[in-house]
Design a protein around this ligand. Structure first.
Ligand code: IFM
Length: 443
């Protein structure tokens, strides 16, 4: 058996965290006045979720949050990044406020603070209120007003206690998968809808940052983007050009206008017609940090029938991959971190990284997820080498604290360092949990 690896020494003050998202863990979908989100509607449509499951119960974190916070404390986390379910606090996304929903986040934040874990709050992790989707959702320019009002409400209520704020989690993923490809909620496959949604998400980000600053929130403000290199599936000129364009869409559609104030030139043919006077100025607001989520490089091929002529391809034959089919390539992670820091010059926090497996509780009561220990040690090693190369990386958040609802993939891929039995809701820390706990202490 190979020796359990140690993590490299990271700078003093380095932040260790874990991330989750409301729709993936909370459950309690119809409790205490919560309105439906696009994921409730999407999952109710037969055939949309691989195992036919829904996020209705998920990990029942809504009721078991104290147990989950106790796990964070035991793990030795400095911080926890969660998202707010917009339709729990504003059932229709605009107008009436649900106080009971706000009370839940009050209890969660206070429990975190009492346990010595910093609350990091993400305003949007993919669960648009269904009522707003019925008004066009992100494709409607009014989305910027809806989101700004929602941000103001959350800022007013929690601005005194939240350590860090993120406006969006992975805007590239939810707009591409939800509006260009239709694999995620709300299930639209239309390039025009994607472009409109993406631009309105950018406008919404700017509005939300202004609302947070106007409310005088104490914490730092940033955005979380999924940044990864795109590689051509074959050496053909068509695939090389496809990978170059894909990388622009994937890595620059959001971070560039939000941080640098414009779309890159290569995207002007797509976004140019959507930009109204004042939009770019309204999108760019000074940020305190950039959250980078990263899992693997993407392989891309040219395919005239795909949206924008760009289709994802499999990694090369023989490359090491996870159960999601994602290549394990820690060097690409280090390069991404170095590149993103050089381009945006904002302190980076790795706000998500992790690996899925199917490991279950064994007869000895243990969850043997050596694969995760191996993956995490390599990827945290990549963080250390990016820091050595001069990138400022202030923290690392594992995805995820507990196994959860993996969107269209249902409950089969397990990303947690804590196993969840979705029938009994029993939590069982995995081997990776114990390993991480010891390694964090050892720092
Ligand atoms: O589960 C997701 C998360 O919601 C966003 N980032 C990637 C994770 C794994 O697919």
């Amino acid at each position: 058996m190979s020796k359990t690896p140690h993590l490299p020494k990271l700078p003093k003050g380095f932040i260790w965290g874990a991330s989750t998202a409301a729709a993936q863990i909370e459950g309690a979908a119809a409790d205490e006045g919560r309105g439906a989100s696009i994921w409730d509607a999407f999952a109710a449509t037969p055939g949309k979720i691989k195992d036919g499951s829904t996020p209705a119960a998920a990990c029942d974190h809504y009721h078991l949050y104290k147990e989950d916070v106790a796990l964070m404390k035991r793990l030795g986390l400095d911080a926890y990044r969660f998202s707010v379910s917009w339709s729990r606090v504003m059932p229709d996304g605009a107008g009436a406020v649900n106080d009971k929903g706000l009370d839940f986040y009050d209890r969660l934040i206070d429990e975190l603070l009492a346990s010595g874990v910093e609350p990091w709050l993400c305003l949007y992790h993919w669960d648009l209120p269904q009522a707003l989707h019925e008004k066009g959702g992100w494709t409607n320019r009014d989305a910027a007003h809806w989101f700004t009002d929602y941000a103001a409400l959350i800022a007013e209520r929690f601005g005194d206690r939240v350590a860090r704020w993120a406006t969006f989690n992975e805007p590239g993923v939810f707009t591409t998968a939800g509006y260009a490809v239709g694999y995620h909620a709300p299930g639209i496959a239309d390039l025009g809808a994607y472009l409109a949604a993406a631009h309105n998400v950018n406008r919404s980000h700017g509005g939300a940052v202004r609302a947070l600053r106007a409310a005088g929130v104490k914490g730092q403000i940033g955005v979380v983007c999924n940044q990864q290199p795109a590689r051509p599936a074959t050496p053909s000129d068509e695939d090389k050009a496809a990978a170059t364009l894909y990388e622009l869409f994937w890595n620059r559609t959001f971070a560039d206008p939000m941080i640098l104030g414009s779309y890159p030139e290569g995207l002007t043919p797509f976004f140019g017609g959507l930009i109204k006077d004042g939009d770019l100025e309204a999108i760019r607001e000074p940020l305190d940090f950039l959250g980078v989520n990263h899992y693997s490089p993407t392989y891309v091929k040219s395919d005239p029938s795909a949206p924008g002529g760009l289709a994802q391809a499999k990694p090369p034959e023989g490359a090491p991959v996870t159960m999601m089919g994602w290549e394990i390539a820690p060097k690409a992670f280090a390069q991404t971190l170095i590149q993103e820091y050089a381009r945006y010059k904002l302190p980076i926090v790795v706000t998500e990284n992790g690996v899925a497996d199917r490991a279950e509780v064994g007869p000895d009561g243990e969850v043997d997820d050596r694969l995760r220990i191996d993956y995490l040690s390599k990827y945290v090693g990549a963080v250390a080498s990016a820091i050595d190369a001069g990138a400022r990386i202030d923290g690392y958040f594992v995805w995820s604290l507990i196994d959860n609802f993996e969107w269209a993939e249902g409950y089969e891929p397990r990303f947690g360092v804590v196993h969840v039995d979705f029938t009994t809701q029993k939590r069982t820390p995995k081997r990776s949990f114990d390993w991480m706990r010891k390694e964090i202490r050892r720092q």
